[in-house]
Design a protein around this ligand. Structure first.
Ligand code: MG
Length: 355
């Protein structure tokens, strides 16, 4: 049974600035601004909490931020570095659950089905601090909207739980801008028709609400009541890697086809290495000039990781396809049945998106 409080929202505190402060002790305790350069009309990506005291916030022009606090330290965005920390964070999450829905580099929803949500939330927060030397704010609730709302309530380093009872108490008085999807523009529109709080939205005439919010009116009113049925959207887990090519010209040349398989073996070995997995199954696919497809697979007890091992198997499979006297228009190679170094059986793995 899924426990009532089964959703955790984790949001890192002042992520980019906190990483810079962690890595450069002289920046600790100082106002730090990470963002686009003032000379090129950049904006603030993240301001450290020390900088926020001066009214500096994300999205503000860097130039303006530096005017508000001239002695703050400006640093350009080092996305490669933050992305790496984000991947470490993701790996920590995956020790606790397979239900991970990342919202950005420093934020994710996690689904917990075994009823230990509060304990796991505390453990994750602790692990993040121990291993990454960074603080996270954790929100826990019975749906996504409220979990996200919760993580924001006691930032930084927060741990906030919204139970059903608590939701009934706190939601009515919250300002409309705390509703998911309400930006400054819509906030103003709502104010103009006299709607300031969640309870105003709940009680509002549906016609009026629709006039301001359009199609989203129904959904937003439900949010204002603390109702949100959206499920955790688990990232697509890669189960295989494949490469294929449609030949510029149909061919009956074995050499041409084997050369493609050799190239694919190199590419797939690189992808396996990058993902730190091995594959147990190799599949060769051929499409003939009459568009019939043929494929042959081999699953081995030992896992493939080197280009050589993949190619040797692919060559053997190719021989079985018996292309003699036939023209081929497409050739492909796939590896699947992934194995992970420390967890040899059925480990789940979420691939990090590079953006
Ligand atoms: Mg954050």
């Amino acid at each position: 049974m899924v426990a009532d409080l089964h959703i955790i929202h984790i949001d890192m505190d002042a992520f980019f600035a906190a990483i810079e402060q962690r890595d450069e002790p002289s920046l600790q305790g100082k106002p730090v601004i990470v963002g686009g350069r003032p000379q090129s009309r950049g904006v603030v990506s993240t301001a450290s909490y020390e900088a926020r005291k001066y009214g500096i916030h994300s999205g503000m022009p860097t130039r303006e931020a530096l005017r508000l606090c001239p002695f703050s330290v400006f640093l350009p965005v080092n996305m490669v570095k933050y992305k790496e920390v984000s991947n470490q964070l993701r790996r920590i999450f995956s020790r606790y659950t397979n239900q991970i829905e990342p919202l950005s580099v420093d934020e994710a929803f996690l689904g917990i089905d075994d009823g230990n949500t509060l304990q796991l939330g505390r453990e994750m927060k602790h692990t993040i601090k121990e291993e990454l030397k960074l603080t996270a704010s954790v929100g826990i609730s019975f749906n996504k909207f409220l979990a996200k709302l919760a993580s924001d309530m006691e930032k930084p380093d927060g741990f906030t739980v919204i139970t059903r009872e608590k939701a009934k108490l706190i939601l009515p008085e919250l300002p409309v801008r705390r509703l998911w999807g309400i930006g400054p523009k819509t906030e103003t529109d709502l104010h103009q028709v006299g709607l300031y709080t969640f309870s105003d939205v709940v009680k509002a005439d549906m016609m009026l609400l629709t006039k301001v919010l359009g199609k989203r009116a129904g959904e937003i009113r439900l949010l204002a009541e603390g109702i949100d049925d959206r499920k955790i959207q688990v990232e697509q887990q890669a189960k295989s890697f494949g490469e294929e090519t449609t030949l510029a010209r149909d061919t009956d040349s074995k050499e041409v086809l084997l050369q493609h398989l050799a190239d694919f073996s190199d590419m797939l070995a690189n992808r396996l290495q990058a993902a730190k997995v091995k594959a147990r199954t190799v599949t060769v696919k051929i499409r003939y000039d009459d568009f019939t497809d043929m494929s042959r697979s081999k699953t081995s007890q030992e896992a493939y990781e080197s280009s050589r091992a993949i190619l040797d198997t692919a060559v053997g499979l190719f021989a079985k396809l018996n292309t003699e006297g036939r023209r081929v228009r497409l050739v492909g190679l796939q590896v699947s049945g992934f194995l992970f170094p420390d967890q040899p059986e059925q480990m789940q793995f979420t691939f990090d998106h590079e953006s």
